[in-house]
Ligand binder design. Structure first.
Ligand SMILES: [Fe+2]
Length: 265
């Protein structure tokens, strides 16, 4: 089996309007620039992962998403965020190449897509059914390495306001994860910032948005000036993986001292 290349895009926050901005960033043009960078820098890929907040409370944003991602010819693995409309999302992203929830086996890996959304709440929670499904999915993937994906952060981000809207039952989530030995990574969106930590042997990763970012370690909400971004994964057959965050604006990224940058015209 060969190494798999997976790209994660998250918190695209699209609107029906092609020019609407969220916190100063026009979300559709920003996503288009991120995708152009990925095409230029990271192609070919085996699949793309999208970890929620595809739209900003506006179901008219889904057709933009569908049009942009349908043309890549690879599976688009999706799960919802708190700004999504689950019914509209299922309706608009129905059928190939879109995969909504469940799990997908790619080579030596199982990618598990969890729905952590609670209607009307910015916080997340995994239902008893979702936890049971996670448990079953990990148990039946015993010969595979697992990457577990969700919208809400299951570990504290050391940001007072954000940590009030994380995954409420993270203890139950980790109790399930800890029953199994094949989880290599947990990855999420929601927090609009990059982080990379270890919990035991399991890598814990958050990924910045393709639009505006949130200032890390802030007590109160504050926009960060960092540019749009996405994350790359190289998932190896032996269960190890390489990942990096790519910032989509060379000049701004250079000012941050980041070497992983890309600029699309
Ligand atoms: Fe978001």
């Amino acid at each position: 089996m060969s190494t798999l290349r997976l790209l994660q895009f998250t918190d695209t926050h699209l609107y029906g309007s092609a020019t609407e901005a969220l916190r100063g960033v026009q979300t559709l043009p920003a996503l288009k620039r991120a995708l152009a960078c990925a095409r230029m820098r990271d192609w070919p890929v085996d699949a793309m992962l999208v970890t929620g907040d595809i739209v900003q409370d506006d179901p008219a944003g889904y057709p933009h998403f569908r049009k942009l991602f349908a043309e890549f010819g690879v599976p688009i693995l999706c799960l919802p965020g708190n700004h999504d409309d689950p019914a509209a999302m299922r309706r608009e992203l129905n059928g190939k190449p879109f995969v909504m929830g469940g799990s997908v086996d790619l080579g030596a890996w199982r990618i598990i897509l969890l729905d952590s959304c609670v209607a009307g709440s910015a916080s997340g929670r995994l239902s008893a059914a979702a936890l049971a499904e996670l448990d079953r999915s990990l148990a039946t993937a015993s010969a595979r390495h697992a990457l577990v994906c969700l919208h809400h952060h299951p570990i504290a981000m050391s940001s007072r306001w954000l940590d009030q809207v994380g995954l409420e039952n993270a203890d139950e989530f980790f109790a399930t994860i800890d029953k199994h030995r094949n989880v290599r990574g947990v990855v999420w969106g929601h927090v609009h910032q990059a982080s990379d930590a270890l919990r035991g042997a399991v890598r814990m990763l958050s990924t910045p948005s393709t639009c505006a970012q949130f200032l890390p370690l802030a007590d109160q909400f504050e926009v960060d000036a960092r540019p749009p971004a996405y994350r790359t994964f190289e998932l190896r057959p032996d269960g190890t993986f390489v990942t990096e965050v790519v910032w989509v604006d060379q000049q701004k990224a250079a000012g941050m001292g980041s070497s992983s940058a890309c600029s699309a015209a």
